[in-house]
Structures are given as C-alpha cells and as structure tokens.
Design a protein around this ligand. Structure first.
Ligand SMILES: Cc1cc2nc3c(=O)[nH]c(=O)nc-3n(C[C@H](O)[C@H](O)[C@H](O)COP(=O)(O)OP(=O)(O)OC[C@H]3O[C@@H](n4cnc5c(N)ncnc54)[C@H](O)[C@@H]3O)c2cc1C
Length: 256
C-alpha cells in the first residue's frame, strides 16, 4: 500500500532490522522505485524525455550529441547508459575501441511475467524448478494491500534452451504465442505452475533472447591476448556503462 518509497525509508528499515538483530537477506527493489528515487533527487529540467541519440561527434574539448529531432547538445562527456542495443556504441562517431566486442547469444530464451495467484509456494517466498532444458524461478514482487484490495504479486521467470532464431522470434511474437511457448515447456509440471499462468496478465509479459558481450581488453597485455578487440583510449570523452558496456544474464548472480 505504500507508494511513497524513498531511499531514506529503504535504508532506515534496513538499519532497524540490523538493530533488532534480524538476519538481513536480499534487498529487492523494483527498478521503477529506483527510478522514482533518482528522479526526485535531480532538477526536472535536467531530463529530456523522448529524446533519442542519433549520433555524436567528439573533439578535444567536448562532444556534440546529435538527437534524432536534429537538436545538438554540446557536452563535456557522453555517458551511454542506453542498454544492450546501445546507440552510442553503434553511432558513426564511435571509435573502433568503443564498438569493440560482439553480442553473444547465451543459448537461452527468457520469458517473464507477474502472477496474482495466491499459493503457499508463492506467499512470502519463491521456488525454483528445473527439468534439464527449462528453468522456472519465482519471487515475491508486491505484498497484498487490504486497503486498495490489491492482491499479492509474484514475478516468474522461465528460461528455455532454444536456438537464437526461435528466441528472437519470441521477442516480437504476439503474447498469445509467448503463452503457448511457456505452456509447452512447462507441461505436466507441479502445482501451482499452470495456475500461475492463468493469473498472469500476458500483455505485460516479456520474452526474448539473452545476451552478454565479450569483455574488451583492459590493459596492453590483455590486448595482446585479444587481438580482435581494441584497447579503450583513456583520452576519450565517451564511455558506455551498464548493459551498453556489459549486458548480463539475469540468472548468473552477476547483478546489474
Ligand atoms: C528479463 C530480464 C530480467 C532481469 N532481471 C534482473 C534482476 O532481477 N536484477 C537485476 O539486477 N538485473 C536484472 N536484469 C538485468 C537488468 O535489467 C539490466 O542489467 C539493466 O536494466 C541495465 O540497465 P541499463 O540502464 O544499462 O540499460 P536499460 O535498462 O536497457 O536502459 C537503457 C535506456 O536507454 C534508452 N535508450 C536506448 N537507446 C537510446 C538512444 N539511442 N537514445 C536515448 N535513449 C536510448 C532506453 O529507452 C532505456 O530507457 C534483467 C534483465 C532481463 C532481460
């Protein structure tokens, strides 16, 4: 029921638990909550909503960032936090060292969604199920709220070993096809798996291939071992961070 999460509240409840001597387990924070905390901490005029980077031109004093609407922003540095398909990496202004490192398909398609099903295996806990080809993982996402009548919500994730073409097709497929794919790969599984999917809003489900990227060399010695990649110039004013630099699968415990 509490939609007023803040960094202060998250940290104070963590320290209260520590004072009470409770064991602290994973702190899970939905990314929308993190985003709201960040948004509240900076002046709104710093953000340009709906702006897409098209290209950039770097010189010795700064970077001209060219947006798709034709606007040009002069910046001291450019930090590309623009995800796995980073436009900064692909821009014609990007030097070879920034582009270095191909995306690698991890051999797995991932489907994920939310279920409102109430079940002992989902209440305040989650479960893993594996069958050698597919893996199901659930975790609590949102507590029930009597005030608003909102039911408890859990997130589920199914990863399935398939070839890249099938995984890519899933990303653009109608959600009814994603549902069929999920049902096929969990057929005959234990309760409450099938019931979870009946209580899932499939229009909110996400599906697609998982990738990571070969790590570029970080030293001259490293660069010798990776001659197909370029060592980053320390003088560049352009850098990529997050998934734009190193996308990770969500199930290797690598964290984002
Ligand atoms: C199914 C799934 C589940 C995951 N679960 C977890 C999890 O439980 N915990 C965890 O820690 N990590 C998880 N991850 C990984 C995590 O989501 C990513 O590592 C993280 O979102 C990367 O953040 P980012 O800011 O680098 O990129 P993104 O979150 O991809 O954000 C990139 C942003 O850049 C914008 N953008 C793209 N191109 C341009 C452009 N040309 N101009 C302007 N803007 C642009 C996009 O619109 C987007 O807003 C999961 C990933 C997947 C696929």
């Amino acid at each position: 029921c509490d939609d007023d999460e803040s960094g202060d509240r998250a940290s104070s409840s963590a320290s209260e638990s520590a004072e009470e001597g409770q064991k602290l387990t994973n702190l899970r924070v939905p990314r929308g909550v993190v985003r709201d905390i960040l948004l509240r901490s900076i002046p709104p005029e710093w953000i340009r909503w709906g702006a897409t980077l098209k290209d950039f031109v770097e010189d010795s004093d700064g970077v001209d960032v060219i947006l798709d609407n034709g606007d040009v922003i002069r910046a001291t540095v450019l930090v590309g936090a623009d995800g796995v398909r980073s436009g900064v990496r692909k821009a014609s202004g990007a030097a070879a060292d920034l582009k270095s490192g191909e995306l690698r398909y991890l051999g797995v398609a991932l489907c994920t969604g939310f279920t409102d099903l109430s079940h002992p295996l989902l209440s305040g806990q989650g479960f893993y199920t594996v069958d050698g080809t597919s893996r199901m993982f659930t975790m609590p996402f949102q507590a029930a709220c009597a005030e608003t009548g909102t039911p408890e919500r859990s997130m589920w994730q199914l990863s399935v070993r398939v070839d890249e073409a099938e995984a890519r097709a899933l990303a653009g497929a109608p959600r009814s096809e994603v549902r069929k794919f999920v049902m096929k790969h969990t057929e005959g599984w234990h309760e409450p798996v099938a019931a979870m999917f009946e209580h899932t809003d499939w229009e909110q489900a996400w599906a697609g291939p998982l990738f990571d990227r070969e790590e570029p060399p970080t030293s001259k010695a490293d660069a010798k071992a990776k001659p197909h990649m370029a060592l980053r110039s320390p003088k560049s004013r352009v850098v990529c961070i997050g998934d734009a630099a190193h996308p990770m699968s969500p199930f290797k415990g690598q964290g984002a």
